[in-house]
Each structure stands twice: as structure tokens, then as C-alpha cells.
Design a protein around this ligand. Sequence first.
Ligand SMILES: *Cc1c(COP(=O)(O)O)cnc(C)c1O
Length: 486
Amino acid sequence: MDKQDFPLIFEHSKEGRTGFSLPDLDVPETNLEQELDEVYVRKEAPALPEVSELQIIRHYTALSKRNHGVDSGFYPLGSCTMKYNPKMNEDIARLEGFSHIHPYQETETVQGALEVMYDLQTSLAEITGMDEVTLQPAAGAQGEWTGLMMIRAFHEANGDRNRTKVIVPDSAHGTNPASATVAGFEAVTVKSNERGTVDLEDLKRVVGNDTAALMLTNPNTLGLFEENIVEMAEIIHQAGGKLYYDGANLNAIMGYARPGDMGFDVVHLNLHKTFTGPHGGGGPGSGPVGVTKEFARFLPKPLLTKQGDTFGFDYNRPDSIGRVKPYYGNFGINLRAYTYIRTMGAEGLKKVSEYAVLNANYMMRKLEQQFFLPYTQHCKHEFVLSGKKQKKQGVRTLDIAKRLLDFGYHPPTIYFPLNVEEALMVEPTETESKETLDGFIETMLQISEEARHDPEIVQEAPHTTVVKRMDETTAARKPVLMYVKE
Ligand SMILES: *Cc1c(COP(=O)(O)O)cnc(C)c1O
């Protein structure tokens, strides 16, 4: 984009213009030069933009309109659960009793906040069928790492130091092998079969007395419920390994299936996905981890405790893997998740999964008319199409994604999972209306028509956005992140 199209706030600046007024100073002025080491004292005023209040409002309002979010349009980004985040959550998070407290306060003065955390842990334990939950991890990936560190501590406590391998299906989210590696394990791949689920024969081949754990995402990244979970659990447990459940896709199974009941030892959830923490801008997340009783002593410390009606923290945890996050996790996101769980109730959460699954299947069956569907069984909350038919017409999946921008949609996830050629991974979520689903289906079918008759319009898309196709390599290798005054 040409800079002239959208001036930076600095370029609106006119010397002497202001957008604020401060009250007169009513405290003694400090002589900074005397108080601070001179290296810290500015020699000249910072180069801040000098603009009026209205200019600031117009500038940032215009910028915000160029952003695509769940509040502005459909966002079927597979694996990310871009559902509507109820505004009730925001109201609760802004209550002063929650927003004006500090993590260093004495626990007697923040009993309400601790109760929220305690109740949330209890609810998540119930939803997942686990015994204990920690709210500390700040993201799904950090939850994975935390869980694996506990599995490591468990094996080490048993003197079992040869368990160096973590088995990960080839369809897994990239964070799974990454977390296993960062936790000091070797990630070993297990293949998927022709139905898109874990190949049991291959699992038997890779499992052994060096297996620390199997990490399973369920429903998996193809949106398919793993069919042989009980057998897999037996194979791993018999070999002395532990079962890790990547619960980022819980939106498909809430109230219907629980990792704990399937035999899993450790599970993480993504509260910013399933439980409506706002996400997508790289902001704070929350990836709580649930464990069975035998892992409780390894949980991160401090542990939130309840004695009688009083909540507090237990720091005396000699077997704990330690702290994984300053303070007690991202309280604001946990509070929003708590609000969501309380407003939905048990029946409501079940309905969430029902509609998430229904919406995905409805869309999948309509789109398979034009797009190749590699795995044809019913899906759960998301599904993966292949753009390989369109590729033969000269239109790649990337082009389809870019063309969707012209219609005001956020594209689905593309080229993931890696085991599907020209993958298009669609997750509509439960919060969308049938009209929205139909609108997207119609657009996808139209783009497929265009690929046949007018491929250039797709290949050269987007046509209506401010920024056209970017040179992604240059953007990644030589990003310009600073404003340089000319
Ligand atoms: C999103 C996701 C993760 C990672 O969660 P982050 O919060 O992004 O770290 C892990 N596994 C699956 C299946 C996911 O969808």
C-alpha cells in the first residue's frame, strides 16, 4: 500500500495542535536531573504527533474498520474456533472488583477472584472428566508444554529415564511436536490411515518402552473423531506410556464426551477458543491443563486451595514442576471463560457442540458438490476440503482464499493439515446463522465456477481490498516495522 493512501498519525501532525488538556499542576515540580541518573533524562521532548481529538478518533476508527474480526464478518478459520465472544463477558471483566485488583494483594482481600478461579477449575475438571486443573498456562501451546513437563516429572519420579519419545500423529497441530521437543523429548510421527485417523498398526510399530506419551488431538485436525481411542489408550498404557489429549477442539464434544472417560492422563483446553476468550490479535490466551490424581503432585505451583470457605495458595509443593507463568494465569481471560460457562450452563454447552457439528456438516455436504472431500465420513466441528480439482484449472487454494476477501470473508485455514493436498480447513462454529452459512457456501460455489470459466479473476484476487497481494517473502524477511520520518 502506498503510504499516501493512509497517512500515519504522525503525518497528520501540525505543530502546536493538541487533543488533550491537563489540569494545572497541584504538586511540587520535580527536578528530574537531580533525582535521576542523567542517562535516563531526556534532552528533548519526544516526537509525538500533534493532532486534535477528532483527528485521533477519525484516524483510529478508520484503521479499525480495515480490520476483520468476528464482530465484523464471518471468520471460518479452521482450528481456531472464531466464534462470537459474548459482550456479557466484557461487562463482567470490567467490574471494578475484578479489574482493579492486583496479584500482589493479600489473599484475604481478593477472595472473590480466587473463588472464580477455583470454581472455574472445578467446572473444567467436570467438563473434561479430570481430577485437578491448573489455570496457569497462557496458551494452548504452553498448556501442552506444561502437561508434557508433568509427564516427564512422572516418569523421572518412577526412575523411568529411558522414556524419551512422544508419539504425535502426522495430522497434529504444529504446536504438538514443537512442545514435545521443547520439553526435551523426541517427537515421533505416527501415520494416519485412509480414513484420516491414527493407523493402529503404525502405532503398534512406533510404541515401545521408550514411549513417554502419545499426544492426540481429538477431534483431530481433519475434524474427525478418532475411532479407536480405547484401543490406542490400551496400547500406550500397556507400554507404560501416558496419554496426552490436545483439547483445543473441545468445541465439538462438550457435554458428549470427556477425555478423562476415554482414559487420558493429561489434557489441555484453549479457553480463548472454546470458552470465548477474544483472540486473533496475538493477545492474552489461556490454556489450562487437567490431570488425573497421579499427576496432582507435579502441578505448577502455587496451587489454589480451599479450606472451609477460605481460598489461598499452597507454595509448599516439593514435586511441582514449578511456576510456568508469573502470578496465576491470565485472570481476565479465565474470568471471561467462567462467565461464559455460567451463562451457558451444562445444557447450553451441550447445545454449543451440537450446533458446531451441525453447521460444519451442513456446509461440508454443500461444498463437496464442487470441492474434493478427501475424507467423506461425517465431520465434527470442522472439515477439510482439497482444492486439487481447481488447481488443475490453474487456480490454487491460495487464490481461492484471496478471492474470498473480495466478498468480505476471512478465508479458511489453508495448506493445513499437511496430509491433504491444497487443503482448505473450514470451521464455521455454532454462533453463525443459516443465512451466513448459505452466503459463504454460495460464494465458494461461485469461486469454483470462476475457476472454470474466468480463472484470472481468482488468480489476481483480491480486487477490492486496500492491500492487494503481498510479497510474503519480502514481508517476512525484510519487514518494515518502524516509521521513519522523511
Ligand atoms: C490452537 C491449537 C493449539 C495451540 O493453541 P495456542 O493457544 O495457539 O497456543 C494446539 N492444538 C490445536 C489442535 C489447536 O487448534
